[in-house]
Design a protein around this ligand. Structure first.
Ligand code: SOE
Length: 375
């Protein structure tokens, strides 16, 4: 049966956290979705450290490892470039892949700032390929249920959105990685964590028209290196539809491990979600009934058809299986990944909102969000 399946060759850039998460999802995909939209064939994985990349190729199931991303572009068998590399390596390989006719998946944040993100989006769009920015939390069943409830009008007119994404790994002052260098990362918690909740704000509520933000670096020196990116941000946002929002992210919150939490209040109801309780959605229907806990598992729930009976919970890693299945179906159907997947314009829009938050923190004023025209 496998011989008859249409395939797509995958070239992976990066073998660390996201490279491993994406690779595991490619391997799990045909068990969750049968037949798969396209059968991923793991052709080559690219990394700077030759030994570590060769080890990753064996561990993740890639046919070979390479040291130069240009080899992925040159490989005729690669039909999809999965860019799970560091932010500074998002632009060139992603655009080169698209212009070589390869579909692209790029991790978030798309670029190091709005200008670079716009360049990636425009460069890829010119290639006429399917493109996606890996905002994987759109593929949490509970988030998808929230969007369905909103679309069905069960929350009524949306008035408030509040989201936070808090972690604690930045508390280790001896830790110095590319994520703390503007030249490599572009920003700190804002692009790394904030981009996720900015994207969810757009996905669940709608476009953001203006922001008022504060950005902070609390730990300015790590292992003798100056830190030039933010540890945390907070922002008030205004939605085009009239709702108000509050966003915050920080890497310095003791006790918070991967705490993405959001709440939406409408005229007729509310929802609340906590990533650390990924299979549940808190739902309030009507103004005095309090919240009920919905187990977003089993028949009739979003994405449940990929997995198990009700109550057999899934995990963070399964969001990547959902995301990749969606991408491969869009590639098969020569379609956009929107509305449920984020494409590179969505990646650019999240970056433009992040830049507006930085502008507001610098100016001390409320800043409008202004999008650059498509070239
Ligand atoms: C680190 O903050 C990180 O790995 C993010 O980069 C991911 O996007 C998030 O899903 C988990 O935390």
């Amino acid at each position: 049966m496998t011989d008859e399946l249409p395939e797509i060759g995958v070239g992976m850039l990066g073998y660390a956290f996201m490279g491993r998460a994406h690779s595991a999802a490619y391997r799990a995909l045909s068990s969750a979705v049968w037949p798969p939209p396209l059968q991923p064939r793991l052709i080559a994985i690219c990394g700077r450290d030759g030994a570590a990349t060769a080890d990753a190729a064996r561990r993740y199931g890639f046919a070979r490892s390479v040291g130069d991303w240009r080899e992925l572009i040159a490989d005729e068998g690669v039909g999809l470039l999965d860019n799970s590399g560091p932010n500074a390596l998002h632009l060139e390989p992603t655009v080169a892949a698209a212009q070589a006719g390869k579909h692209v998946l790029c991790e978030k944040p798309l670029g190091r700032d709005a200008a670079e993100s716009h360049a990636i989006w425009q460069g890829v769009a010119a290639g006429g390929v399917t493109h996606m920015c890996a905002f994987n939390y759109r593929f949490v069943p509970a988030v998808r249920l929230a969007r369905q409830l909103i679309a069905d009008g069960q929350l009524g007119e949306l008035r408030h959105f509040r989201a936070r994404y808090l972690q604690s790994w930045g508390l280790d002052r001896t830790l110095m990685t590319w994520r703390f260098e503007r030249a490599s990362a572009g920003s700190g918690a804002l692009g790394d964590l904030g981009s996720h909740i900015i994207d969810l704000a757009r996905y669940l509520v709608g476009e953001i028209s203006a922001v008022s933000g504060t950005v902070r670096t609390f730990i300015g020196d790590r292992a003798g290196h100056a830190v030039d990116v933010d540890d945390a941000f907070q922002a008030n946002v205004e939605f085009e539809g009239g709702a108000t929002g509050m966003l915050e992210a920080s890497r310095l919150c003791p006790g918070r491990l991967n705490h993405l939490a959001l709440e939406i209040n409408g005229s007729d109801g509310s929802i609340a979600f906590d990533l650390e309780r990924l299979n549940e959605l808190q739902v309030c229907r009507g103004d005095r009934s309090g919240f009920e806990t919905v187990s977003v598992t089993g028949p009739g729930q979003p994405l449940a058809e990929l997995w198990w009976p009700a109550g057999h919970v899934i995990g963070w890693e399964h969001t990547f299986v959902h995301e990749l299945a969606h991408l491969l179906a869009a590639i098969r159907d020569r379609a956009s990944v929107r509305p449920h997947g984020a494409d590179l314009e969505d990646g650019y829009r999240a970056a433009e909102i992040s830049d507006a938050i930085v502008r507001s923190a610098d100016s001390g004023r409320r800043e409008p969000v202004v999008y650059r025209a498509a070239e």
